[in-house]
Design a protein around this ligand. Structure first.
Ligand code: DC
Length: 219
Protein backbone atom coordinates (compact mmCIF):
# COMPACT_ATOMS: atom_id res chain seq x y z
CA UNK A 1 0.00 0.00 0.00
CA UNK A 2 1.39 3.40 -0.97
CA UNK A 3 1.21 6.54 1.16
CA UNK A 4 -2.01 8.24 0.09
CA UNK A 5 -2.80 11.95 0.27
CA UNK A 6 -6.38 12.85 -0.68
CA UNK A 7 -7.22 16.44 -1.64
CA UNK A 8 -10.88 17.25 -2.25
CA UNK A 9 -12.64 20.51 -2.84
CA UNK A 10 -14.77 22.57 -5.23
CA UNK A 11 -13.83 23.74 -8.73
CA UNK A 12 -11.19 26.44 -8.81
CA UNK A 13 -9.92 25.97 -5.25
CA UNK A 14 -6.41 25.40 -6.62
CA UNK A 15 -6.34 21.66 -5.96
CA UNK A 16 -4.33 20.67 -9.03
CA UNK A 17 -1.70 23.41 -8.63
CA UNK A 18 -1.25 22.56 -4.97
CA UNK A 19 -1.42 18.78 -5.40
CA UNK A 20 1.24 18.88 -8.13
CA UNK A 21 3.62 20.87 -5.91
CA UNK A 22 3.04 18.61 -2.90
CA UNK A 23 3.66 15.55 -5.09
CA UNK A 24 6.86 17.06 -6.47
CA UNK A 25 8.13 17.93 -3.01
CA UNK A 26 7.53 14.39 -1.74
CA UNK A 27 8.48 12.55 -4.94
CA UNK A 28 4.96 11.08 -5.18
CA UNK A 29 2.75 10.61 -8.21
CA UNK A 30 0.06 13.22 -8.81
CA UNK A 31 -3.30 11.79 -9.86
CA UNK A 32 -5.88 14.24 -11.23
CA UNK A 33 -9.19 12.37 -11.06
CA UNK A 34 -11.15 15.29 -12.55
CA UNK A 35 -9.17 14.68 -15.75
CA UNK A 36 -10.56 11.14 -15.85
CA UNK A 37 -14.14 12.45 -15.69
CA UNK A 38 -13.17 14.96 -18.36
CA UNK A 39 -11.88 12.07 -20.50
CA UNK A 40 -15.25 10.34 -20.15
CA UNK A 41 -17.00 13.64 -20.97
CA UNK A 42 -15.08 13.89 -24.27
CA UNK A 43 -16.50 10.53 -25.28
CA UNK A 44 -20.09 11.68 -24.65
CA UNK A 45 -19.51 14.99 -26.45
CA UNK A 46 -17.96 13.22 -29.44
CA UNK A 47 -21.02 10.99 -29.62
CA UNK A 48 -23.42 13.93 -29.35
CA UNK A 49 -25.01 12.63 -26.17
CA UNK A 50 -26.99 15.30 -24.28
CA UNK A 51 -25.86 15.88 -20.68
CA UNK A 52 -29.39 15.28 -19.39
CA UNK A 53 -29.73 11.92 -21.17
CA UNK A 54 -28.46 9.91 -18.23
CA UNK A 55 -29.63 6.58 -19.66
CA UNK A 56 -27.53 7.06 -22.79
CA UNK A 57 -24.60 8.26 -20.67
CA UNK A 58 -24.83 5.17 -18.48
CA UNK A 59 -24.92 2.87 -21.51
CA UNK A 60 -22.17 4.71 -23.42
CA UNK A 61 -19.87 4.77 -20.38
CA UNK A 62 -19.30 1.05 -20.93
CA UNK A 63 -17.73 1.82 -24.33
CA UNK A 64 -15.42 4.53 -22.97
CA UNK A 65 -12.16 3.18 -21.72
CA UNK A 66 -10.22 5.85 -19.84
CA UNK A 67 -6.66 5.15 -18.79
CA UNK A 68 -3.77 7.27 -17.59
CA UNK A 69 -0.08 7.43 -18.31
CA UNK A 70 2.81 9.80 -17.63
CA UNK A 71 5.03 11.66 -20.10
CA UNK A 72 7.98 13.46 -18.47
CA UNK A 73 6.10 13.14 -15.18
CA UNK A 74 2.98 14.84 -16.59
CA UNK A 75 -0.31 12.93 -16.42
CA UNK A 76 -1.84 12.03 -19.78
CA UNK A 77 -5.39 10.80 -20.32
CA UNK A 78 -6.15 8.23 -22.98
CA UNK A 79 -9.67 7.64 -24.26
CA UNK A 80 -9.94 4.28 -26.00
CA UNK A 81 -6.21 4.49 -26.65
CA UNK A 82 -6.18 8.07 -27.99
CA UNK A 83 -4.34 10.77 -26.03
CA UNK A 84 -7.04 13.41 -25.35
CA UNK A 85 -5.01 15.48 -22.85
CA UNK A 86 -4.97 18.70 -24.99
CA UNK A 87 -8.80 18.78 -24.99
CA UNK A 88 -9.38 18.30 -21.28
CA UNK A 89 -9.45 21.92 -20.09
CA UNK A 90 -12.09 23.16 -22.53
CA UNK A 91 -15.07 24.78 -20.80
CA UNK A 92 -17.64 22.50 -22.46
CA UNK A 93 -15.64 19.45 -21.37
CA UNK A 94 -15.61 20.66 -17.73
CA UNK A 95 -19.34 21.26 -17.78
CA UNK A 96 -20.08 17.85 -19.30
CA UNK A 97 -17.73 16.23 -16.75
CA UNK A 98 -19.62 17.86 -13.89
CA UNK A 99 -22.93 16.61 -15.30
CA UNK A 100 -21.93 13.09 -16.28
CA UNK A 101 -20.11 12.53 -12.98
CA UNK A 102 -23.51 12.26 -11.26
CA UNK A 103 -24.26 9.08 -13.23
CA UNK A 104 -23.38 6.09 -11.01
CA UNK A 105 -22.19 3.96 -13.97
CA UNK A 106 -19.64 6.64 -14.89
CA UNK A 107 -18.31 6.78 -11.34
CA UNK A 108 -18.15 2.98 -11.14
CA UNK A 109 -16.04 2.85 -14.32
CA UNK A 110 -13.40 5.11 -12.75
CA UNK A 111 -13.43 3.83 -9.17
CA UNK A 112 -11.14 0.84 -9.58
CA UNK A 113 -8.75 2.73 -11.84
CA UNK A 114 -8.30 5.30 -9.04
CA UNK A 115 -8.10 2.76 -6.21
CA UNK A 116 -5.57 0.58 -8.04
CA UNK A 117 -3.23 3.53 -8.59
CA UNK A 118 -3.26 4.38 -4.89
CA UNK A 119 -2.79 0.75 -3.95
CA UNK A 120 0.42 0.44 -5.92
CA UNK A 121 2.04 3.84 -5.47
CA UNK A 122 2.57 6.82 -3.18
CA UNK A 123 0.05 9.31 -4.54
CA UNK A 124 -1.39 12.76 -4.12
CA UNK A 125 -4.88 12.33 -5.56
CA UNK A 126 -7.26 15.23 -6.05
CA UNK A 127 -10.97 15.22 -6.81
CA UNK A 128 -14.34 15.49 -5.10
CA UNK A 129 -14.83 12.14 -3.32
CA UNK A 130 -11.30 10.88 -2.72
CA UNK A 131 -11.27 11.17 1.08
CA UNK A 132 -14.91 10.17 1.48
CA UNK A 133 -15.29 7.37 -1.04
CA UNK A 134 -12.28 6.36 -3.13
CA UNK A 135 -9.61 6.29 -0.41
CA UNK A 136 -11.45 6.33 2.94
CA UNK A 137 -8.24 5.15 4.63
CA UNK A 138 -5.98 7.78 3.06
CA UNK A 139 -3.08 8.73 5.34
CA UNK A 140 -3.71 12.47 4.97
CA UNK A 141 -6.97 14.09 3.91
CA UNK A 142 -7.35 17.72 2.95
CA UNK A 143 -10.49 19.67 2.09
CA UNK A 144 -9.26 22.65 0.08
CA UNK A 145 -11.65 25.47 -0.67
CA UNK A 146 -11.82 29.24 -1.32
CA UNK A 147 -14.63 31.78 -1.59
CA UNK A 148 -16.62 31.91 -4.84
CA UNK A 149 -15.27 35.42 -5.51
CA UNK A 150 -11.68 34.27 -5.10
CA UNK A 151 -12.18 31.25 -7.32
CA UNK A 152 -13.94 33.31 -9.99
CA UNK A 153 -11.14 35.90 -9.94
CA UNK A 154 -8.49 33.16 -10.34
CA UNK A 155 -10.36 31.64 -13.29
CA UNK A 156 -10.88 35.11 -14.82
CA UNK A 157 -7.14 35.87 -14.62
CA UNK A 158 -6.31 32.48 -16.11
CA UNK A 159 -8.63 33.01 -19.10
CA UNK A 160 -7.41 36.59 -19.63
CA UNK A 161 -3.85 35.34 -19.70
CA UNK A 162 -4.84 32.90 -22.43
CA UNK A 163 -6.38 35.81 -24.35
CA UNK A 164 -9.92 34.43 -24.03
CA UNK A 165 -12.75 36.90 -23.51
CA UNK A 166 -14.76 36.33 -20.34
CA UNK A 167 -17.13 38.03 -17.92
CA UNK A 168 -16.51 37.76 -14.19
CA UNK A 169 -20.22 37.43 -13.28
CA UNK A 170 -20.67 34.55 -15.73
CA UNK A 171 -17.65 32.72 -14.35
CA UNK A 172 -18.94 33.15 -10.78
CA UNK A 173 -22.38 31.86 -11.81
CA UNK A 174 -20.81 28.87 -13.54
CA UNK A 175 -18.76 28.07 -10.42
CA UNK A 176 -21.84 28.28 -8.18
CA UNK A 177 -23.80 25.97 -10.47
CA UNK A 178 -20.94 23.48 -10.62
CA UNK A 179 -20.58 23.57 -6.81
CA UNK A 180 -24.29 22.90 -6.42
CA UNK A 181 -24.23 19.94 -8.84
CA UNK A 182 -21.08 18.44 -7.33
CA UNK A 183 -22.39 18.80 -3.75
CA UNK A 184 -25.96 17.65 -4.33
CA UNK A 185 -25.67 14.59 -6.54
CA UNK A 186 -26.82 11.29 -5.02
CA UNK A 187 -23.67 9.27 -5.67
CA UNK A 188 -20.51 10.33 -3.85
CA UNK A 189 -21.23 14.07 -3.59
CA UNK A 190 -18.51 16.56 -2.76
CA UNK A 191 -18.28 16.97 1.01
CA UNK A 192 -15.57 17.24 3.61
CA UNK A 193 -14.57 13.89 5.12
CA UNK A 194 -14.90 13.89 8.91
CA UNK A 195 -11.15 13.36 9.32
CA UNK A 196 -10.09 15.86 6.63
CA UNK A 197 -8.19 19.04 7.43
CA UNK A 198 -10.12 22.12 6.20
CA UNK A 199 -8.02 24.72 4.39
CA UNK A 200 -9.52 27.94 3.00
CA UNK A 201 -6.96 29.27 0.54
CA UNK A 202 -8.75 32.59 -0.16
CA UNK A 203 -6.12 34.62 1.68
CA UNK A 204 -3.17 32.24 1.43
CA UNK A 205 -0.33 32.07 -1.07
CA UNK A 206 0.30 28.85 -2.99
CA UNK A 207 3.45 28.24 -0.93
CA UNK A 208 1.55 28.69 2.35
CA UNK A 209 -1.03 26.10 1.30
CA UNK A 210 1.67 23.64 0.19
CA UNK A 211 3.47 24.02 3.52
CA UNK A 212 0.22 23.62 5.47
CA UNK A 213 -0.37 20.30 3.70
CA UNK A 214 3.23 19.04 4.01
CA UNK A 215 3.03 19.69 7.77
CA UNK A 216 0.16 17.23 7.92
CA UNK A 217 1.90 14.39 6.09
CA UNK A 218 3.12 12.25 8.95
CA UNK A 219 5.31 9.83 7.12
O1 DC B 1 -11.59 18.95 -10.95
P1 DC B 1 -12.21 19.15 -12.34
O2 DC B 1 -12.80 20.50 -12.57
O3 DC B 1 -11.28 18.75 -13.43
O4 DC B 1 -13.44 18.08 -12.38
C1 DC B 1 -14.40 18.08 -13.41
C2 DC B 1 -15.70 17.48 -12.89
O5 DC B 1 -15.52 16.10 -12.62
C3 DC B 1 -16.21 18.07 -11.59
O6 DC B 1 -17.10 19.15 -11.80
C4 DC B 1 -16.90 16.93 -10.91
C5 DC B 1 -16.26 15.72 -11.49
N1 DC B 1 -15.40 15.00 -10.53
C6 DC B 1 -16.02 14.13 -9.67
O7 DC B 1 -17.23 14.01 -9.66
N2 DC B 1 -15.26 13.37 -8.82
C7 DC B 1 -13.93 13.50 -8.79
N3 DC B 1 -13.22 12.74 -7.96
C8 DC B 1 -13.29 14.42 -9.67
C9 DC B 1 -14.07 15.17 -10.52
Amino acid sequence: MGYNIAIDGPAGAGKSTIAKLVAKELGYIYVDTGAMYRGMAIYFLKNNIAPEDTEKIAAASKEADVSIGYEDGVQQIYLNGENVTPLLREEKVGNMASRCSSVPEVRARLLSLQRNLAEEKDVVMDGRDIGTNILPNADTKIYLTASVDTRAKRRFDELQEKGESCVMEEIAKDIEERDYRDMHRKTAPLRQAEDAVYIDSSDMTIEEVVQAILKRCKR
